[in-house]
Design a protein around this ligand. Structure first.
Ligand code: DGL
Length: 273
């Protein structure tokens, strides 16, 4: 059997915060990362556009020998994953699998909130899709979910302005909007893989007794569990610990910026759509 790396996808850099945790959890596998930077951000784009872009990238991963692809992007998980899983996979690549970041997070979030009241911060696309309230209701019908779209946060991060004073205004604004919806919120989820870079700033604007959750570790633990339960898929994933990075935009920009998200130097190659 020909084995291939595990594919990890994001519209840009955000998925690197998830890849970092996956590699820490499962260092034995090979990984292939693709950031579709040339077409980022996905957050404000329509369902159909996000679906078309994501499907194209998933097909590229398959052409590179991946049997398992993780959409490390909430927007793509919210707007494209279900259609790819239910309509496309059987036609284009039976036996291959695509997973997202929303389900693993919604499976655990209800157990992490004492008040059973959670806040979701995400892109416009993720919030508008309603994926979080819908999925959380399946696992924890008793949990109340409040959402806030933060359309300026990804641009602030992508432009390296997330630590500057300009970021304070937009961070405070959306935190205030979220917390104004309910006094009971005791858990806030960063439902965008870019947002962990804003975590320190967000903590300045929320009460200390509210816990702030990032998804990376949750997704990594869930992937380990998935591979344990699916030896037929795990057996198609190559091992050796090699990590390869691709971007659809400038490799120089990607390498300069990616280190902030991944925590280590990155050397990427270019993929032309
Ligand atoms: N990192 C993506 C997510 O988790 C959002 C970035 C974008 O808008 O493209 O939703």
């Amino acid at each position: 059997m020909i084995k291939g790396p595990i594919g990890v996808f994001d519209s840009g850099y955000g998925g690197l915060t998830v890849l970092k945790e996956i590699v820490a959890q499962l260092p034995q596998y090979d990984y292939l990362y693709l950031g579709d930077n040339a077409r980022a951000p996905y957050g404000p784009r329509s369902f159909d556009t996000v679906y078309q872009y994501t499907l194209q990238c998933v097909e590229w991963f398959f052409s590179q020998g991946c049997s398992l692809v993780v959409l490390a992007c909430n927007t793509a998980s919210a707007k494209a994953l279900r259609t790819i899983q239910q309509n496309d996979l059987e036609k284009i690549a039976p036996g291959k699998r695509v997973l997202g970041v929303i389900r693993p997070t919604t499976e655990v979030i209800g157990s992490l909130s004492k008040n059973k009241t959670v806040g979701i911060l995400g892109t416009h696309g993720t919030v508008q899709s309603g994926s979080y309230p819908i999925e959380i209701a399946k696992f924890y019908p008793e949990v109340k979910v409040y959402q806030e779209a933060c359309p300026m946060w990804v641009p602030l991060i992508e432009n390296n302005e997330h630590q500057g004073p300009g970021a304070d205004y937009f961070v405070r604004k959306h935190i205030d909007h979220l917390l104004a919806q309910s006094e009971g919120i005791d858990t806030i989820l960063l439902a965008c893989t870019h947002y962990p870079l804003l975590a320190d700033k967000i903590k300045q604007f929320i009460p200390a007794d509210i816990q702030l959750l990032s998804q990376g570790k949750i997704v990594a633990e869930s992937l380990q569990d998935y591979l344990d339960r699916h030896p037929e898929i795990a057996g198609k994933c190559s091992t050796g610990g090699q990590i390869t990075f691709f971007t659809t935009d400038s490799t120089e920009d990607f390498d300069n910026h990616a280190t902030t998200f991944y925590g280590k130097p990155v050397k990427s190659s270019h993929l032309q759509h």
